[in-house]
Design a protein. Structure first.
Length: 151
């Protein structure tokens, strides 16, 4: 099988089917770079010119390469407006808990008919904030453990 780009049902959607050779290439890249700090990636054009990829895109591509070495991979762009179920999944909480966050104005949401819609950036910001709070709590717990000299 070859690497093939297939049009899907929507004009803006593409499906990429990769064969085992691509997975082997991903394994080779991963083997060379897995324990090294990557400074960035560059794209080389047909005229020989190069340009660096932005840091976030570099991270996404490295994640993709790593995932290819482990098995099947599905990539999907996240819409700007999320349903409550999708937002709850991103946050790792139940939908009722998400609704409590919306009711308490901890997470902004807009009503579309009888349904709430959430902005992707608001959900990601809350996810990052909650992760930072958990990290601080964990660090404090470790400090307390050291102070009390538990082993």
């Amino acid at each position: 099988m070859n690497t093939t780009l297939l049009p899907a049902t929507h004009a803006s959607t593409q499906r990429l089917l990769l064969d085992e050779r691509v997975r082997e290439d991903a394994r080779a890249v991963h083997a060379c770079a897995h324990d090294r700090k990557l400074r960035g990636l560059k794209v080389e054009l047909d005229d020989g010119s190069e340009f660096p990829l932005p840091a976030e895109l570099t991270k996404a591509l490295l994640f993709t390469i790593n995932s290819l070495t482990q098995g099947n991979l599905t990539l999907q762009a996240m819409p700007e407006q999320l349903t409550t179920s999708t937002a709850a999944g991103i946050l790792g909480i139940s939908r009722p808990t998400l609704m409590k966050l919306i009711s308490s104005n901890e997470l902004p949401a807009a009503k579309v008919g009888s349904h709430h819609r959430l902005n992707l950036h608001d959900v990601l910001a809350l996810r990052d904030k909650r992760a930072a709070v958990r990290k601080i709590a964990f660090d404090e717990l470790r400090d307390l453990e050291d102070k009390l000299d538990f082993e």
